[in-house]
Ligand binder design. Structure first.
Ligand code: CTP
Length: 407
């Protein structure tokens, strides 16, 4: 029971999804966590302190200037005592406060006064979620190290409007909390396991100043590496050129070309799990010029002759001596996503494929969200569209479950 006796401070903010906070408290208490709730003033429009008190086993706190609360608990002590602060549901307004360091009520003061890990589960109208202000706040929160779970697509409870903004289900949030807290546990689900991740694009040089590349941002692979490290794994991340900081606790090896990635991956074996999320260039230029190619007056443009790059995933999945126990490939497709991915799983010899539709309209390639299908020997699972961090948490949880079953 990884959550046994862990202290979770749950901040409930205003929004129709607040009713799900009651289910979340239940799930966390079933896992033997100790939950203390703080209600923002907006949350009172949707929930009564009595119902929160009934499921949490202790009354929620909600007024910064209640002298009795300050005396009994104090917002500083409250936040320092927690192992984790969870904001669920997190309204657009509350996320804006968090991102800007406002602290004009107990809920926001608790956040600001704490140095504890924080996870938020956003819930709001799809238009609010898409608004540039919310996007900006989200990026700030991520930069501040806040973990985000969800939101997901679905119908909004209040308006029937469909779109991204529905709070993740309490069960998924509880699971994400477990994975998140593993990083601070001595017993962690991937402790003692080694995980090799590839991420980002590769650059294939044409001459010393030009190259062929693709639009991969590396975000999904970086999120997976970060979550696996928090779950206790010894993580090596072989990364193509991206503009992301090294995830905490991860051994990052930066390369440029597919061949360099292949060499780095080979050198990083053996590993228990390999997750190949890199968008490796399938081809490279046959004759890379030693000098910059010049435009000759009146001459036709140069033609590039391409040769195939090594298939890193296939090599790892069919490795004679060091095949990892679980090999996960990715399939970025623009049509017949699942069909192609099923064929790819066979062709490459990997155990799982995480397939996604990267057509330009989806905004997935280079974006912060992903909508994936997990293809395993048992069939196809369609996961709802969610933040890349949430995809990483779910994938790592699944991998940890596999090892748990083996023991
Ligand atoms: N991959 C790899 N090495 C390569 C090409 C791809 O390791 N040279 C890995 C990717 O990291 C990903 C998976 O293989 O996990 C799928 O890559 P993709 O380019 O979609 O596969 P291809 O076999 O090239 O198929 P397609 O014809 O769709 O390009």
């Amino acid at each position: 029971m990884p959550l046994k006796d862990r202290r979770i401070l749950l901040i409930i903010t205003g929004g129709i999804a607040a009713y799900k906070a009651l289910i979340l408290i239940r799930r966390l208490r079933e896992k033997r966590a100790a939950v203390r709730a703080v209600m923002s003033s907006g949350a009172h429009n949707f929930l009564t302190p009595l119902s929160v008190s009934a499921v949490a086993g202790a009354p929620p706190l909600d007024d910064l200037f209640d002298p009795r609360d300050e005396h009994d608990v104090g917002h500083i002590r409250l936040s320092r005592e927690a192992d984790l602060i969870v904001v669920a549901p997190a309204s657009a307004d509350f996320m804006a406060k968090m991102a800007n360091g406002l602290a004009d009520d107990l809920a926001s003061a608790v956040y600001l006064a704490s140095d504890k890990p924080v996870m938020v589960a956003p819930a709001m109208n799809p238009m609010m979620w898409q608004h540039p202000a919310t996007r900006r706040n989200m990026e700030r929160l991520k930069d501040d190290g806040v973990a985000i779970i969800g939101p997901e697509t679905g119908e909004m409870a209040e308006s029937g409007e469909a779109g991204m903004g529905r709070m993740s289900e309490p069960e998924d949030i509880a699971k994400a909390i477990e994975v998140f807290l593993f990083g601070t546990e001595t017993k962690t689900p991937l402790a003692g396991r080694s995980v090799l991740v590839t991420a980002g694009p590769t650059y294939e040089p044409i001459d010393p100043v030009r190259y062929i590349a693709n639009r991969s941002s590396g975000r999904q692979g970086y999120a997976i590496a970060a979550v696996a490290a928090r779950a206790g794994a010894d993580v090596t991340l072989v990364s193509g050129p991206v503009s992301l900081p090294d995830p905490r606790g991860v051994n990052v090896i930066r390369i440029e070309t597919a061949r360099a990635m292949a060499d780095a991956v080979e050198a990083a074996l053996p590993a228990d799990i390999a997750i190949m999320s890199a968008a490796v260039a399938d081809w490279r230029v046959q004759m890379e010029g030693g000098e910059k190619i010049k435009k000759e007056q009146g001459a036709p443009p140069p033609s590039l002759s391409l040769v195939e790059n090594p298939d890193i995933l296939k090599t790892v999945a069919r490795h004679q001596t060091h095949r990892p126990d679980i090999v996960v490939g990715f399939a970025a497709e623009t049509e017949k996503v699942v069909e192609h991915a099923i064929a790819k799983r066979q062709r490459k010899g990997c155990d799982w494929i995480v397939a996604n539709d990267v057509s330009p309209g989806t905004g997935i390639m280079g974006g912060s969200e992903n909508a994936v299908h997990l293809i395993t020997e048992n069939g196809v699972e369609d996961w709802p569209r969610m933040d890349k961090e949430a995809v990483a948490v779910r994938l790592v949880t699944r991998l940890a479950d596999c090892f748990a079953k083996q023991v």
